[in-house]
Design a protein around this ligand. Structure first.
Ligand SMILES: [Zn+2]
Length: 353
């Protein structure tokens, strides 16, 4: 009997400490992804072996070398991703440089978008998710969990260039808005700033069909952040993947360069605004890699493309140790990333269906 009481008491303590730590968590959380951006460019900058192939030059190879080339990998990557290599490399962490032994990989066996985003956002692999057309995600995502906690309740939002995020995050069940670039929800259109961005997009060229261009997502998310002050936000960009599939290496690099600048605009705001300064943790990653060994395969990814399970991730902000570029041996899987963020933020997310 005594033993049972002890166990019960321990359970009560454990339960209370969980509630206590969650109730006291006031960490703001931002997750940012860009689709199919390779670790090779993150760490080595411009890949001359790809650019020398005239099929991938888009008639712009001289400018591309001028803008993003360098005598060393370090010089080139700094020109391509100045925020990564001047700020995150000093104040945060960048993982995935396989040449230094830091391995980051998809745990899912598919190496394309829906399975990758699901792995990131639900913190687990569900092998049933084997198509980009898969139904609304049966697994609970991290932002859905946050939306059940008092501090985050109704202060969670996602902006995705790709319309599939309404399914990937299961918007209907999850209970927070998932804004798709091309179909801005009516509650946002009542705000003249959002109406302006949506009108501009409607009247502009939309080369990727149901996927909006990244610039619109940048302005929507920044506007929302400044005006409505969410406590948790997910942002997903897509230009890098689309331009790589198109075989356009100069534009793929420019998209990555813009992505770096989008992160900088978010960081600059949260690092100066009193509601966010010193209280915000940012996770940055990608859904899958792309080909590399066979140079013509850089445009593609998926099970048949060797190397395309290889990814990277970065973190910066509250609670993130300033490790810089990780140069020691490690093996990290994509499904672990959201749990790392949860732990750093003093939260207790458990992956579940
Ligand atoms: Zn793709």
């Amino acid at each position: 009997m005594k033993k049972r009481l002890c166990i019960l008491f321990a359970f009560v303590l454990l339960f209370q400490s969980n509630i206590f730590s969650q109730a006291n968590t006031t960490n703001k959380i931002i997750v940012i992804t860009t689709d199919g951006f390779r670790w090779q460019e993150v760490f080595n900058g411009l890949d001359a072996a790809i650019l020398k192939n005239k099929f991938y030059q888009n008639g712009d190879s001289l400018n591309t070398v001028k803008n993003f080339g360098g005598a060393t990998a370090e010089e080139s990557r700094k020109k391509l991703l100045p925020f990564f290599w001047s700020t995150i490399a000093v104040k945060g962490q960048i993982h995935g440089n396989r040449n230094k032994g830091s391995l980051v990989d998809n745990a899912n066996p598919y190496w394309f978008s829906y399975p990758g985003y699901s792995e990131i956002l639900t913190g687990q692999v569900d092998t049933a998710i084997n198509s980009n057309d898969y139904k609304p995600n049966p697994n609970t995502n991290f932002f859905e969990y946050l939306n059940t906690l008092p501090f985050y309740k109704n202060k969670v939002i996602a902006f995705g260039a790709w319309d599939a995020f309404k399914r990937i995050l299961n918007e209907k069940r999850a209970g927070f808005p998932v804004i798709n670039g091309n179909h801005v929800d009516s509650f946002l259109l009542r705000d003249p700033q959002f109406k302006f961005i949506a009108d501009l997009m409607k009247d502009s060229y939309q080369p990727f069909g149901e996927e909006s261009l990244d610039g619109y997502i940048k302005y929507m998310s920044l506007t929302y952040l400044k005006k409505y002050k969410p406590n948790a936000m997910y942002l997903s960009y897509g230009d890098t993947d689309e331009l790589a599939h198109a075989g356009n290496y100069p534009e793929y690099l420019k998209a990555a360069h813009r992505f770096d600048d989008f992160i900088k605009s978010i960081y600059d705001f949260v690092n100066t605004d009193p509601d966010y300064k010193g209280k915000t943790t940012i996770l940055i990653t990608t859904d899958h890699g792309r080909g590399d060994i066979i140079k013509t395969q850089w445009t593609s990814h998926g099970q048949k493309i060797y190397d395309s399970h290889q990814i990277w991730y970065a973190m910066i902000g509250k609670g993130v140790e300033p490790l810089g570029e990780v140069k020691s041996k490690e093996q990290v899987y994509q499904k672990e990333l959201i749990h790392k963020l949860s732990k750093i933020s003093n939260l207790n997310f458990i992956a579940k269906k």
